[in-house]
Unconditional design. Sequence first.
Length: 309
Amino acid sequence: MAVIRRRRSPQLFSSRPAGALRTLLLIAVSIMLMVYDHQSSGLQRIHATLATLVYPVQAAVNVPHAFLVWAEDKFTTHVALVQENGTLKERVQIADTQLQQLAALEQENLRLRALLQATARVPGRISMAELMASDLDPFRHLVVINKGSNDNVYNGQTVLDENGIVGQVARADPFQSEVTLITDPSQAIQVEVNRTGLRTLAVGTADLEQLSLPYITNDSDIKSGDLLVASGLGGRYPAGYPVGTITKFERNPTEPFANVTAHTAADLSHGRQVLLYWPPAPMPEVSVVKKDTAPAPLPRKNSGKKKKP
């Protein structure tokens, strides 16, 4: 039977003298080359050539690591961008909310300034009130304010805003009051055309911002754009305070009166503040003659006949 013998691989470090000498010789040569390369840099071309030959292997070995680094960077960047996007959206929403609040405060500040300037336009005492509620009935134009009889508010008191006459108090409760707007169909106000001085009556309509002037004749000097102001007769409304502006004047040949409408000067559909007006003098009271008071008898005329003795 044949015996198979295994060949041993040559060993670098051998116990034989020849192997040890060869190892020492290689170590000495390596040390000499390192010293020479360190002092003279004469092996740069060999380094460059070897580096060029070894670069594909290094690149291939580095591909998995580079891919992992790239994937981790992309994932981290995506997560960071998503978080940053969410944070920015939240900041934008907060900024928009604050901007809307600032815009509302600016508009309210402008209205309050206009109300403050309006107090100098009328005689008497002025007090500010805020709207609490409004009637949604289109044929009943009512609002509720936060001041009542405890604040000296009385029935029939005039209510204004910075642009014109709003209406009058219909019912004054202790802590709140109900105000009937001038556009309520049951309301009427004596007005005067500012350009000509013509006095007439303006009545409310079903439209929240429209008045009707039913008693203007066809030959009256009226133009679109004419300003209507309160006549001041009766002392209820401040004389000369704006009521509205003529928007339509149509002559009606078949009727004695023209078709005239006006737009209210007061902003009845916006705003939350109004002005309560106390005239400088008390309202004049109208004396009423009682029915049971008989007039004084007239003296009898002398018929000219003499009495018989």
